[in-house]
Design a protein around this ligand. Structure first.
Ligand code: SF4
Length: 304
């Protein structure tokens, strides 16, 4: 993405004086740190209140990069699937494991006074070991929490068969929820994103029918060409482009109906807490991955 495209996206989405949340994602967005800084400066210079975050693979978190991220007040999410071997799908292009480099990057953030979140893709490699993510957070000391994305055969995962089993997912989720609750009991700040969302929905069961912003017209993912998509997981997916910034901002998400919760979810007792799960995950075959139900039911059971 060039600077013109990035600033055009910000200008179209947010008037001067307004507020906008921006997540830089990729690819690897830290390859374009100067573009992120240009966006931050543009917001400051034009009176737009921008809340910035970056989702990174963590391999470029040098001390200097951490300082620059801190200077633009950019939140950091690091993609990491577990400890050491559980992370073996994340490698450099030459096949070298990146785990040690990523852990050093998180330490560099800590030395700059920054915390980060971890985002793990749940696959057949790491599912039964999800509890390790909580151990790692405790060990590193500057990890605020963990979020889970079930593996989807989209983007770089296209054509791969890395889904886990219901048994392994259940075992891994139980370990992670048990550790999360132990941290809570000990007063250790740690957020397990999916559990927290479920608790929030349970505490205030307002009539919300959307799982995420991809099903609304409140956010868009913008790619390097200025094409707009319902979310970054669907970027490049045939039939899901909402338009290009050169024609202005898409007026609404014309794909929202395609991303609505499946009808079968309507009669599910977990619907109020689950809201049908990630819509991008069912684009491939039109129905939910059964693991979506497993995840939400295991989390719901852990709260009883
Ligand atoms: S648990 Fe499964 S069936 Fe129930 S609402 Fe969630 S995705 Fe739909």
């Amino acid at each position: 993405m060039d600077e013109d495209t990035a600033l055009r996206a910000v200008a179209l989405c947010c008037p001067p004086g307004g507020s906008l949340r921006i997540q830089f994602t990729g690819g690897e967005p830290l390859l374009k740190l100067e573009l992120m800084e240009a966006v931050a400066s543009f917001g400051k210079d034009t009176g737009r209140r921008l809340t910035l975050s970056v989702q990174t693979n963590g391999t470029l978190l040098t001390p200097d990069t951490c300082r620059r991220l801190k200077a633009i007040r950019c939140g950091v999410g690091v993609s990491l699937d577990g400890v050491d071997e559980a992370n073996r799908l994340r490698v450099f292009p030459d096949g070298t494991p990146c785990y040690d480099v990523v852990v050093q990057g998180i330490r560099n953030l800590g030395e700059t006074g920054m915390r980060c979140g971890l985002t793990a893709v749940v696959t057949c490699v790491n599912a039964s070991q999800l509890g390790q993510l909580a151990d790692l957070a405790l060990y590193l000391g500057n990890v605020a929490g963990v979020g889970l994305d079930l593996f989807r055969p989209l983007g770089r995962g296209a054509g791969q068969c890395l889904s886990t089993t219901a048994e392994d997912l259940t075992a891994g989720l139980r370990k992670l929820t048990t550790k999360t609750k132990a941290f809570e009991a000990a007063g250790i700040p740690f957020r397990f994103r999916e559990l927290e969302r479920m608790r929030k929905r349970k505490a205030s069961p307002v009539c919300v029918e959307t799982y995420c912003y991809a099903q609304t017209s409140l956010s868009f993912a913008v790619d390097g060409r200025g094409d707009c998509w319902p979310c970054s997981s669907l970027a490049g997916r045939a039939g899901f482009c909402l338009g290009n910034l050169r024609d202005g901002l898409p007026e609404k998400n014309c794909k929202a109906n395609d991303l609505a919760a499946p009808k079968t979810c309507g009669s599910c007792p977990s619907f109020a807490q689950c809201l049908g799960g990630c819509p991008a995950g069912r684009v491939e075959n039109g129905k939910n991955d059964p693991l979506t139900c497993v995840m939400h039911r295991v989390l719901a059971a852990s709260e009883k």
